[in-house]
Design a protein around this ligand. Structure first.
Ligand code: NAP
Length: 284
């Protein structure tokens, strides 16, 4: 429950009266419905196994791209320990849900669907894909889901926090026109993951936003706040001297199977902007 997405999901489900257990690797934070669990210490998995959850969503990861390239421990956690924990929970009758990433498709083909071939280019994506294969191998026909997701954003994360503050104050902002992503918001991801976790459908699922540049998302937010699109100034990574380890041409996923089985559709850019605005407005 210390992860960015996992902590939101835990609090949202607990507030909605779901019987929900969280885990933390920080022993001093374990209390009540939050159990101590360190992936590197197998003995610490016993508490969660004993709780016999019906389903378990794995938010664990070493998710920093540079750390995955440089630190061999990232492979151990991402590709080995997480599949082993999920297999161990599955033996107790739990339905595990593993979170994977759109980056396993490499970013050069638009709207890859659940059954399309992957092309992982960086260590993080290779580790995530290896974990998918290991989970399929270990769990076989036992109930489980693998969910590839695109970037999740929130009004508390940079640069969105600064955009919202400046636009509300009437100031202008700069946004990259050469960064493409497919933003989803925490409420959208939470409801999608809950639907997948509670469903009887197994296998591969995709949750996605729509491909958009930072600049175009910033313009959408400005317009929804009643500001002119001219308050958003175009910039780009070359001008700003910013380089990224992974810069896809396409980020959004096709959701053909997920839509057909569960009725879940991609989050529109307008809805992503609206969620960001509503979240900050309601928390002020
Ligand atoms: N956020 C996105 O936009 C996005 C996009 C695509 C896929 N995903 C995937 O979705 C999942 C959730 O993403 P996120 O952004 O919420 O991840 P995150 O904030 O990086 O959280 C990862 C969590 O894993 C925990 N962890 C690492 N090593 C551990 C260990 N040895 N034992 C127990 N816990 C350990 C971390 O604990 P500490 O807090 O103690 O370090 C952290 O809470 C991840 O699998 C990620 O790869 C996320």
């Amino acid at each position: 429950m210390d992860s960015f997405i996992g902590s939101h999901v835990f609090h949202a489900l607990t507030s909605a009266d779901y019987d929900c257990i969280g885990t933390t690797r920080r022993a001093e934070k374990a209390e009540g419905k939050v159990l101590h669990l360190d992936l590197m210490d197998e003995a610490s998995w016993a508490g969660l196994r004993a709780a016999k959850p019906d389903s378990a969503i794995a938010f664990f990861a070493i998710s920093k791209l540079d750390q995955c390239e440089a630190d061999p421990a990232s492979h151990e956690i991402n590709a080995s320990r997480i599949p082993a924990l999920l297999a161990s929970l599955s033996e107790g009758g739990c339905r595990p849900v593993f979170l994977s990433t759109n980056s396993i498709f490499g970013g050069e083909r638009p709207l890859c669907n659940e059954d399309e071939p992957v092309a992982p280019l960086i260590a993080y994506s290779r580790q995530k894909y290896e974990a998918e294969l290991r989970i399929q191998e270990l769990l076989g026909a036992s109930s489980h889901a693998i969910v590839r997701i695109t970037r999740t954003i929130s009004a508390e994360l940079p640069p969105f926090d600064g955009w919202l503050r400046c636009l509300r104050e009437g100031a202008s902002i700069e946004a990259f026109e050469d960064f493409i992503f497919a933003p989803m918001t925490l409420p959208f991801v939470t409801s999608g993951l809950l639907k997948i976790a509670l469903s009887a459908e197994d296998g591969l699922f995709h949750l996605s936003g729509i491909d958009v540049s930072y600049y175009d998302l910033a313009c959408e937010i400005a317009l929804q706040l009643g500001r002119s699109a001219e308050t958003v100034i175009r910039t780009n990574s070359v001008t700003k001297g910013v380089s990224l380890r992974f810069r896809p041409s396409y980020s959004a996923l096709g959701m053909r199977r997920t839509t057909a089985l569960l009725g879940l559709e991609p989050l529109s850019t307008a809805a992503a902007a609206s969620h960001l605005i509503t979240f900050t407005a309601s928390s002020q």
